[in-house]
Design a protein around this ligand. Sequence first.
Ligand code: G16
Ligand code: MG
Length: 580
Amino acid sequence: MGAGNSKGRGKAAKASAAMAAVAGLVVKNVPTKPYEGQKTGTSGLRKKTKEFVQENYLANWVQSLFSALGDEIKGQSLGLGGDGRYFGKEGAQIIIKLAAGNGFKKVVVGQNALMATPAASALIRRRKLYGGLIMSASHNPGGPENDFGIKFNYTGGEPAPERITDKIYGETTKVSVLNIADIPDVDLSKVGVTKFGDFEVEVVDPVEDYLATLKSVFDFDLLKGFLARKDFSLVFDAMHAVTGPYAKRILVEELGAPASCVKDGVPSPDFNGGHPDPNLTYAEELVKIMWSDPSPSFGAASDGDGDRNMILGHKFFVNPSDSVAIIAANAQACIPYFKGGLKGVARSMPTSGALDRVAADLNVPFFETPTGWKFFGNLMDAGKCSVCGEESFGTGGDHIREKDGIFAVLSWLSILASKNKDVPEGGQLVTVQDVSVAHWKKYGRNFFSRYDYEECASADANKMVDHLRSVIAAAKPGDKFGEFTLSAADDFEYTDPIDGSKASKQGLRFIFTDGSRIIFRLSGTGSSGATIRLYIEQYTSDPAKLLLDAQEALAPIIKVALEVSKLQEFTGRTSPTVIT
Ligand SMILES: O=P([O-])(O)O[C@H]1O[C@H](COP(=O)(O)O)[C@@H](O)[C@H](O)[C@H]1O
Ligand SMILES: [Mg+2]
């Protein structure tokens, strides 16, 4: 918790506020004291809202970011928005005053402080902004009792690289003054420009720039024609989070789908009490719709800030590791932006090897990165990666530098539109399941599953990790684990091929001679306790096994994973909280 109590902090602020003129503004230099624990995780700073609402907690982190960036930010423009969760509107006002006080000349903020993560990335790129701040804790629940978060995206629209996040953390441990412009709150409900001296705030429609980017990727006429078919229907679950306005504008107004296709499309500060994580557990209402008879032909959901996605067919779940492989395999033929072919593809280490096989078939470069979208940025900037994805429901392309839920949805709709071009209305529609099964028949199937053990005691999780490290240290190729023979075991380390930077301790891996893998990681996106992630993968090209249930197919290797980790012994957990 923070050093120094907030009462003292407030008094000090009033007592010693100094005044200085910056760009025609009065700037107060407000004393503050560091809070402990403001280190960014896999994607920004995510904490309980209760921590964030403490005096100067958010301001400290933002000031630390601006201090870390130094003179670079003077006279620049900053993007701003969030996923609509509790404290976002207040947070926006704090950030605008700090931006003005630290020398930015402009803030471009989404109306009502809304901006999906991929839309922020598109906004930064299209408007050539210096960077942007996104207030979101992604898929974590929101509201006063749950989570809040903030992350910084840099000039190319990409999540801040570690060299910046490390610097921010350093600043948070010594921050002592907040530079706050003495300006009133800005009305964020109306699109338009407000000026304060040389500083201005532009409130923008949060969909506009993103939509323009998507129009440069997809054939909107093809999609519109496809959605007009009477034998095709879709449902998009925005989970009461930020993608509601995006889905309404893009799917309904632009592409002509009926308004009723958008489920839970009004952003709510606490996501209506829900957990806006598009997976089989938390998107259970959508799952129920897609598992009913009859159901819409296509179902999709997005997370709090719109970067994750889940794709469903009738009674069919597309594993995210398969989804990116299927999109990559079909991109050139079905998506105009990729018509010249893919420059390369990439996946995070725990993501299944389905994409590897597509890369080999297309004969394009392939990269395996640590978990975290930030690792794809350099590859994309260097022109080495067009499509990438993660098992954690993240899929994207190099049109922006964030994963993009609606991109995944439009990619799948483009694939379906293209495969059904010659199918007359009322004929045998090629379905999501058909596309997936055809893919497995061509490439084989990488059975994949992830077990999440959420909110374990950190000490227990760390003990399990230590135990696994000792198992790895003693393991030798050829060792038997159940019916599996070890090929290699290590802690994944990545050297960025573009800038040579190294990321170590990125996941404990057991790789077997048949290509099967068991991987353990601790999540970097939780806000309390530790979440253990166990990833299991096994490949088959046996036509008789392609359609097996993934849990059934993986049962023997899951047993090995639980035995080798002694997970139950260390954590007391007998079953995961989420299975993907
Ligand atoms: O939470 P989001 O949607 O921003 O997504 C973030 O977290 C995911 C899960 O990370 P972890 O396994 O450490 O929890 C990462 O795969 C992703 O790259 C990152 O952007
Ligand atoms: Mg997210």
